[in-house]
Each structure stands twice: as structure tokens, then as C-alpha cells.
Write a protein that binds this ligand. Structure first.
Ligand SMILES: NC(=O)c1ccc[n+]([C@@H]2O[C@H](COP(=O)([O-])OP(=O)(O)OC[C@H]3O[C@@H](n4cnc5c(N)ncnc54)[C@H](OP(=O)(O)O)[C@@H]3O)[C@@H](O)[C@H]2O)c1
Length: 218
């Protein structure tokens, strides 16, 4: 018996002209490769307000909820599971800036304060219109950094709580509201990865980021 916390809520951090986006008929491969970045600049816009909402939902919401639930999770008869539903948009290799990528990849120096300072820096650069120079992702910038910091937070938590299994999972490119129904995968299939991570057997992996295709074999 163990307790499970699944962090699934997500916000895209952008304002979209859905009609124009649909008319562009971008195929999933172009979306996922990042080749659509320039094509969609006119129809997908990041405002300061949508970015704040996105960071609050995808990163700070997870952090606050986890801090609130940790005392309960620690009572779990066998190690609790925490599942953070993340995204391939937050994968480290997609981060353009070397310094930022190194900062997020360095588990020795990562902690909540550092992650908070990275997100504050992002919002400052967004406000000053200097995202490109700052090395931030230009495709869904707020969403990307919210998930990259979520992945980093996942590693910090897993290191701190070795008795639990704490993992991130990218559910796949799923047909839901968050991507304006551009994703081809049915939701039932998209749910598989998070469920598999929630049901990991004792002694399973922790502190990992999984793509939905990797968890299929669990
Ligand atoms: N779909 C994909 O292709 C895809 C790919 C990678 C990762 N993901 C991740 O998968 C997770 C689930 O997303 P989805 O695809 O199922 O999208 P979705 O259909 O848009 O669902 C997102 C959910 O998050 C809730 N939510 C948004 N802001 C919230 C807030 N501030 N507080 C509480 N709940 C909030 C929404 O509630 P309301 O409906 O009430 O607003 C909605 O139920 C997200 O973390 C997303 O980033 C999805």
C-alpha cells in the first residue's frame, strides 16, 4: 500500500487565434520538431498575464501542493509515488541558452530558490522583450520553462526523498484543450504514462523523466 500524488493540471501560457492556427494545418511532426516556431509567431502570442498563469499552474502550483501533501505522503506504508505530468517542451536539450541549460542540469546546485530566480528572470526578460537574447525557448516560452523547471524540481525532490518514487512523464501528443486539439493521440492512451508511473512497483526508478513510449514497457 502506498500514497500517490499526481500533478496533472496544465496551462499553455499563450493566447491563440485558433481559427488561423487550424487553417495552417500544421502536421504533428512539424509541431514536435520545433520547425513550426516561426510559422506560429503571428497566431500564438505570449502575454505577461498568460505567462504568469502558466508558471503558477505548471510550476508553483505543483510546488505548493507537494509541500502541503509531503507530511501525508511521508506516512505512506511503503514509499509514496509522486507523478509530475510534464512535457517534451521542457526537455533540457531544447533550451537554447547554454548557461540556462547548464543551470537547470546541475543537480548539485539546484534548489527551490534557484528555480524561483530562473522563473523571475524569465518574466523580466519577457516583460523587456529580450527572450531571444536570454536563451529562452521561442516556441511556447512560458510553457517550456515551466516544464523544464518542473523537471528540475522533480529531481530535487527525488534526491531529498529517496524512500519515494518521484518521476516526470510526457504523456505524448494528446488530443486535448491544451494544444487546441492538434494532438493525434486519444486521451485514454495519453493517460497510460501517468498511470504507469503511479503504479510503479517498490524499488522502481525515481528522479526520472520518461517519454510516454518509455513507460509503455513498464
Ligand atoms: N495534451 C498534450 O499533448 C500534452 C503534451 C505534453 C504534456 N501535457 C500535459 O498534460 C497535462 C494535462 O493536460 P491536458 O493535455 O489534459 O490538457 P487540458 O485538457 O487542457 O487539461 C488541463 C487541465 O488543467 C486544469 N487547470 C488549468 N489551470 C489550472 C489551475 N490553475 N488550477 C487547477 N487546474 C488547472 C484544467 O482545468 P479547467 O478545464 O477547469 O481549466 C484542465 O482540467 C498538463 O500538465 C499538460 O501540460 C499534455
Amino acid at each position: 500500500i502506498y500514497f500517490v500524488q499526481v500533478n496533472n493540471a496544465g496551462a499553455s501560457g499563450v493566447v491563440v487565434d485558433e481559427e488561423r492556427l487550424r487553417a495552417m494545418n500544421i502536421d504533428p511532426e512539424t509541431w514536435l520538431s520545433g520547425k513550426a516556431t516561426n510559422m506560429v509567431q503571428q497566431v500564438i502570442k505570449t502575454s505577461y498575464e498568460t505567462a504568469v498563469e502558466c508558471l503558477n499552474t505548471n510550476f508553483y502550483g505543483v510546488q505548493r501542493l507537494t509541500e502541503a501533501l509531503l507530511p501525508l505522503l511521508q506516512l505512506s506504508p511503503s514509499g509514496a509515488r509522486i507523478v509530475n505530468v510534464s512535457s517534451l517542451r521542457g526537455e533540457l536539450w531544447r533550451i537554447r541558452g547554454d548557461d540556462l541549460r547548464n543551470e537547470l542540469g546541475d543537480l548539485e546546485t539546484l534548489n527551490e530558490e534557484k528555480l524561483d530566480s530562473i522563473l523571475k528572470r524569465f518574466l523580466k526578460d519577457l516583460k523587456e522583450n529580450t527572450l531571444e537574447a536570454g536563451g529562452w525557448s521561442l516556441m511556447l516560452p512560458a510553457y517550456s520553462i515551466s516544464k523544464a523547471t518542473l523537471n528540475a524540481y522533480n529531481r530535487v525532490l527525488a534526491k531529498r526523498h529517496p524512500s519515494m518514487l518521484i518521476n516526470c512523464v510526457h504523456p505524448g501528443y494528446v488530443n486535448t484543450d491544451i494544444n487546441w486539439h492538434t494532438g493525434p493521440m486519444p486521451v485514454e492512451e495519453g493517460a497510460r504514462g501517468p498511470v504507469k508511473c503511479a503504479l510503479l512497483p517498490d524499488g522502481g526508478p525515481t528522479g526520472c523523466y520518461f517519454d510516454q513510449t518509455e513507460v509503455a514497457s513498464f
